[in-house]
Design a protein. Structure first.
Length: 268
């Protein structure tokens, strides 16, 4: 999860680097720390909202709040510590980026509620998880170049819809029993068609982002490799085997790393 939050930040920081230059290592480290803290805070918020649901799902019943190992008050204190440290990281950025980073907090807080009211909570997760695609560029440049950042953000959202729908298929039986919603339940046996559509949209958006910042051959080679990885992932996916869903979900780190390497080589 931390990788999947961090990698869109690296794409944006990489694309913002000057031609012939490596990405800003200080920014990569700063966003790495921020990703660890904010992913952790998101998990804490999620567990606070979902502790009653988590008790009823075998995979999540051992989480500290659901298992009764810690109290709600203790989780609030822990969350306060996580957010305070994340704020320290955010304050290292320029004012534009501070404001933009603060704006993402509403998505982080409300995402866990979405599974109660819509079959598209994965879309809201995508909007939250890929905020770094906007923030990385602004941290380097001082503001967003929307012709690059917006397609990159859309690509990230489409990517999240792919991997988190796969993830959601692990829990679909429990989700039906306890009454929560997901794209896995919405798409059912049509999942592979939907995932294919999201993957194509991701690749188109990545090409747009690359063209708008004059990326070069290695970048588009990486986009092609990402497409091949996603195609194989979707083709071989067994939505009725939780262990296969987990394996495919976890392999998405490779997707993000492939694209980052392509961005760096394309810049050089």
């Amino acid at each position: 999860g931390t990788w999947l939050l961090y990698l869109p930040c690296t794409w944006s920081i990489g694309l913002a680097a000057e031609p012939g230059c490596l990405p800003d290592c200080y920014m990569l480290a700063l966003f790495g720390a921020g990703a660890v803290l904010m992913r952790g805070a998101g998990c804490t918020i999620n567990d606070m909202w979902d502790q009653d649901y988590d008790k009823k799902v075998a995979r999540t019943a051992s989480r500290p709040l659901a298992a009764g190992d810690i109290s709600t008050l203790q989780s609030f204190v822990f969350l306060g510590g996580q957010l305070s440290l994340a704020l320290c990281v955010l304050l290292c950025l320029n004012y534009y980026s501070i404001a933009m980073g603060a704006a993402s907090l509403s998505l982080v807080i409300t995402y866990p509620l979405m599974k109660r009211i819509t079959y598209w909570p994965q879309l809201v997760l995508g909007l939250a998880f890929n905020w770094g695609a906007l923030l990385g560029w602004s941290a380097v440049k001082g503001s967003c170049e929307w012709s690059v950042c917006l397609p990159l953000y859309v690509a990230g959202v489409m990517w999240t819809l792919v991997y988190d729908t796969i993830y959601a298929h692990q829990d679909k039986r429990d989700d039906i029993l306890i009454g929560v919603k997901s794209t896995a339940l919405q798409f059912k046996e049509d999942t592979k068609q939907w995932l294919s559509g999201f993957s194509v949209a991701m690749l188109v958006a990545l090409c747009m982002a690359g063209m708008n910042c004059n990326q070069t051959f290695p970048y588009y080679t990486a986009v092609g490799a990402v497409g091949a990885h996603l195609a194989r992932q979707i083709y071989t996916l067994d939505i009725d085997k939780p262990e296969d869903c987990w394996k495919k979900f976890a392999s998405n780190r490779t997707v993000g790393v492939l694209l980052f390497v392509g961005i760096v080589l394309g810049n050089l």
